[in-house]
Design a protein. Structure first.
Length: 280
């Protein structure tokens, strides 16, 4: 149902010259409000929080258009116990590529698996993913710090098993105004599209601001019911996407162009939806 609704939404905005059926997508995982106490019968679904605490929460994964495109959430799905990050990414990309042409994929470091990166390359996609710093990366960062070098690029082969390898490029970049005075001044990124595209990774943070907006559209509940919880999240993603699509259409109608900063507020969109549908 969600995919069908988003397809209708994209078909509507695609009638404008300002919407392109191609772009950069960001994939990420967010948590629902956490629970404490008994989760008997929900262990497979309420799988815990990203931070190691005594709380647990449902987790949802999304793929969203970012960059200069209107930030529509192309698909949303639950994260279930035992699923690999590769399965999640592949499922979301299958949906996204049915709707738009995907050029580049941005992901957080929790997706820095060599098997995920190989799968993206096999699909002909470019990627930018930060790497968790292991011993060799920390040592290299220390050498860069000693040389007062802000940037460094090197090839790396990642072992896939059975004498198979994934070739990627590691890019070390020094953070400006870092609070650290050691190797933690550096971030390491993996990419197969060249260092010139590294600036695009900043677009991934749009998905974080998107999550904050999406949660404004969510109905409050204390229920642990999986179907209800996921419906509330998916419906909020849809309302958010409708808001951004309506904003694009209004901007084009009034100014003849689209700027990323919304002209229409989320509250105005909700008011209009309530008037037209009675939902709200």
């Amino acid at each position: 149902m969600y995919r069908q609704a988003v397809r209708q939404l994209i078909d509507e905005v695609a009638e404008t010259e300002e919407f392109f059926r191609a772009g950069i997508v960001a994939i990420d995982i967010t948590e629902a409000d956490p629970f404490t106490g008994d989760r008997t019968g929900h262990e497979e679904e309420i799988i815990g929080t990203k931070e190691k605490t005594d709380e647990y929460a449902y987790q949802w994964a999304t793929v969203q258009l970012v960059g200069n495109a209107v930030p529509i959430v192309l698909d949303a799905r639950p994260v279930r116990k035992g699923e690999s990050r590769g399965e999640i990414v592949e499922d979301l990309l299958d949906s996204a590529e049915e709707l738009v042409h995907v050029d580049n994929v941005l992901m957080d470091r929790e997706f820095d698996s060599q098997h995920v990166l190989e799968m993206l390359s096999q699909r002909g996609l470019s990627y930018i993913v930060p790497k968790r710093m292991q011993t060799s990366e920390k040592a290299q960062a220390k050498r860069l710090l000693q040389r007062d070098q802000d940037r460094y690029e090197t090839g790396r082969k990642l072992h896939l098993g059975k004498n198979e390898w994934h070739e990627t490029t590691l890019i070390y970049r020094r953070k400006q105004d870092s609070e650290h005075d050691d190797h933690r001044q550096y971030s390491v990124f993996m990419t197969n599209c060249g260092s010139g595209h590294l600036t695009e990774y900043g677009y991934r943070w749009e998905i974080e601001s998107g999550y904050r907006s999406i949660k404004r559209f969510m109905a409050a509940t204390t229920s642990k019911n999986f179907e209800l919880r996921f419906f509330y999240f998916a419906f909020a993603c849809l309302l958010y996407s409708i808001w951004r699509a309506v904003d694009l259409l209004v901007q084009v109608e009034l100014t003849g162009e689209y700027k990323h900063s919304p002209m229409i507020t989320a509250d105005n969109t909700l008011t209009l939806l309530k008037k037209e549908t009675g939902i709200g």
